[in-house]
Ligand binder design. Structure first.
Ligand code: AMP
Length: 402
């Protein structure tokens, strides 16, 4: 994926390296003690000083902690960061759901909550998927308002009373959630609950004027950017810290675990963790699922073949080969230089297996004539070049093919 990360740099994001474990308290406060992630799925351990530490189940909390701890509010705002690495959740393993899985995520902290920020982060995400070659990705968006009686809290109260009326028709998980976290009932994938859920009140009818205006503007901004989306009123996201914009992206070929990315706005989170009031929005891509979907569509990223395989024979040729490898690599070509002498037939076989574009053939003749043979492996065509001409030729070929 490293090459695709360049998309983030084009949007002004820098990489942050985060610790694999943090204090349990950080996740309990940020993600929410009542969430499944913290209450059931976290790998927590007692440290020697009897404090509790946990393997990170997600990284947004850590980015916010780092923002506060390193005084990033005094940098130019907003601060735009991306990360990649393993996360840990004690879930029931199945296709696309693992206990150690990998996320690639990005966060924008500080500055404004202008709808253009929400739309741009989503635009970046879709550009990233596009660069990865992911086809058939569908973006769903929603607004879950803000935590006030005239907005989300009013909705949750309404939702809860509607749920109380149908509680006996719901399964045990949803029944429990009616009391602990009614919004989560909307996440249910149980076939038997779908018809009931379809009759529940929608958040869009309960948003306050400001949240509604913000949501409409995000949609318009996505349209201006040419980003296709679908609205999904059931998209509430499982974590406590989200507000207003929430989004999810699904991809084909994944079965029931078809979400490849989730994200949203979390304006109160930095303050909740002891920092100044700070706007925030971000997303996390499930890298395992992204790769699974690419594989299913036949687009898995097979290791890229080399540009040049150097087939050498003889001590003098080896010295020339080492020099050639150095110059080619300096010019940005990927080069395979076998460490042991191989008969040319065998070396060319290896070059083929590695998917090399060219084989550079260096034997005694080539070295004494100072004319090197370059073989184009797809056509079998062979041409002789002097050392400087060879570099020029390859550079020209590269610029015409890119
Ligand atoms: P979340 O942090 O729960 O919003 O998840 C963001 C994305 O991470 C999801 O859309 C999935 O693609 C991926 N993900 C979450 N949990 C897992 C897991 N246990 N195994 C694999 N991928 C996961």
């Amino acid at each position: 994926m490293a090459n695709e990360y360049k998309v983030f740099a084009t949007f002004g994001f820098g990489e942050i390296r985060l610790p694999i474990f943090e204090s349990t308290e950080l996740f309990a406060r940020a993600v929410g003690g009542e969430t499944d992630i913290v209450s059931k799925e976290m790998y927590s351990f007692e440290d020697r000083d009897e404090t509790s530490i946990s393997l990170r189940p997600e990284a947004t909390a850590s980015v916010c902690r780092a923002y506060i701890e390193h005084g990033m509010q005094s940098l130019a705002q907003p601060v735009k960061l991306f990360y990649a690495g393993p996360m840990f959740r004690r879930e029931r393993p199945q296709k696309g759901r693992y206990r150690q899985f990998y996320q690639i995520g990005a966060e924008i902290l500080g500055g404004t909550d202008a709808p253009g920020i929400d739309a741009e982060v989503i635009e970046m995400l879709m550009t990233f998927f596009d660069k990865c070659g992911l086809e058939g990705a569908t973006l769903y968006i929603n607004s879950i308002g803000h935590n006030a009686p005239e907005c989300r809290r009013g909705y949750v109260a309404d939702l809860k009373s509607a749920l109380e009326k149908v509680k006996d028709k719901l399964g045990p998980d949803s029944q429990r959630r009616v009391d602990t976290n009614p919004l989560r009932v909307l996440d249910s994938k149980l076939e038997s609950e779908q018809a009931i859920i379809a009759t529940l009140p929608h958040i869009a009818d309960h948003l306050c004027d400001e949240c509604k205006t913000h949501y409409d503007a995000v949609n318009r901004q996505l349209e201006v950017r040419g980003v296709l989306y679908r609205e999904n009123w059931r998209l509430v996201r499982g974590l406590d810290y989200y507000m207003r914009t929430t989004f999810e992206i699904t991809a084909p070929g994944l079965g029931s675990q078809n979400a490849v990315c989730g994200g949203g706005r979390y304006d109160g989170l930095v303050e909740l963790l002891g920092g100044p009031p700070t706007k925030g929005i971000g997303f996390a891509i499930g890298e395992d699922r992204l790769l699974l979907s690419l594989q299913e569509s036949g687009k898995s990223q097979a290791p890229k073949g080399r540009d040049v395989y150097i087939a050498w024979m003889g001590e003098r040729a080896y010295a020339a080969a080492i020099r050639a490898a150095k110059d080619l690599r300096k010019a940005g070509f990927s080069v395979e230089l076998p460490p042991l002498e191989l008969k040319f037939g065998k070396a060319l076989g290896q070059a083929d297996k590695l998917g090399a574009t060219y084989a550079l053939i260096l034997g005694d003749n080539e070295v004494s004539e100072a004319l090197w043979t370059l073989k184009t492996l797809s056509t079998g065509e062979q041409t002789k070049f002097t050392e400087p001409d060879l570099l020029d030729y390859l550079a020209k070929q590269r610029s015409t093919s890119s």
